[in-house]
Design a protein around this ligand. Structure first.
Ligand code: SF4
Length: 237
């Protein structure tokens, strides 16, 4: 069974799956170039990172499975890997639940994995309001037809899969109050929406963003109240 190369591994995390103790697997590469991305090496030059031997991960997960609530697969963008289902299967065979982080550009893969019971929870990024202009700015690519794929994943999760969250990293110079209003409208009916503030002073894919000051706590609270007018369950992470 061929598995994707694993370029990062966190043994224990309390922040990558709400309420759960998880291990985190990082897969290389991404079809987006979000200027605020914190994982530029894994996105742009993953070959510089050591590949983690699968045997090491198998051994760790086998030893610790009674202590872990699940495994998060993140990236990069995991769904660009054709062998993603094999990785999910590998984790499931160790009797551990799987959370998938995705930018939503591969609805078919998300549908197939959830239909086969290979993924238990999906966290999908909503980069911006669902317009070509806004999404291109936030994703760092000319979004074109990929926006339809993002909309497809969004619709599938809203209509057919209960265990999901949508989340937006809010970045000054990229997002404003109007965007939040529009996103809230785009996500009507969603069960859980998470607002994440941009972290200042970290390496970002677009270096000009490194000096950007994140939104204040007051700004975030304002965004929270704004989105709560439309969506029932919103939180700041
Ligand atoms: S933040 Fe954007 S570029 Fe970075 S991994 Fe996520 S989708 Fe890809």
């Amino acid at each position: 069974m061929k598995l994707p190369e694993i370029k990062g591994f966190i043994d224990i995390s309390l922040i990558d799956w709400d309420g759960k103790v998880s291990a985190v697997i990082f897969l290389p590469g991404c079809n987006f170039r979000c200027p605020f991305c914190y994982n530029s090496t894994i996105v742009l030059t993953p070959e510089k990172l050591t590949t983690i031997p699968l045997e090491r991960i198998r051994q760790y997960l086998t030893e610790k499975r009674d202590w872990l609530d699940g495994v998060v697969i993140t990236g990069g963008e995991p769904t660009i890997h054709p062998e993603l289902s094999n990785l999910c299967q590998f984790i499931k065979e160790l009797h551990l639940p799987v959370k998938l982080d995705t930018n939503g550009t591969n609805p078919k893969i998300v549908k197939d994995l959830t239909a086969q019971g290979l993924v238990d929870y999906v966290a999908m990024d909503i980069k911006a309001p669902l317009t070509v202009e806004s999404y291109s700015r936030a994703s760092g690519i000319t979004i074109g037809k990929l926006l339809n794929e993002v909309k497809g994943t969004l619709k599938f999760l809203l209509d057919s899969f209960a265990n999901y969250e949508f989340r937006t990293t809010l970045v000054p110079t990229i997002h404003d109050e109007e965007d939040l209003k529009q996103i809230s409208h785009d996500l009507q009916g969603c069960r859980k929406y998470v607002l994440q503030n941009f972290k200042g002073d970290v390496e970002t894919l677009d270096p000009t963003l490194e000096k950007i000051i994140p939104f204040s706590q007051m700004d975030m609270e304002r965004f929270l109240q704004l989105t709560k007018k439309t969506l029932p369950k919103v939180m700041i992470r």
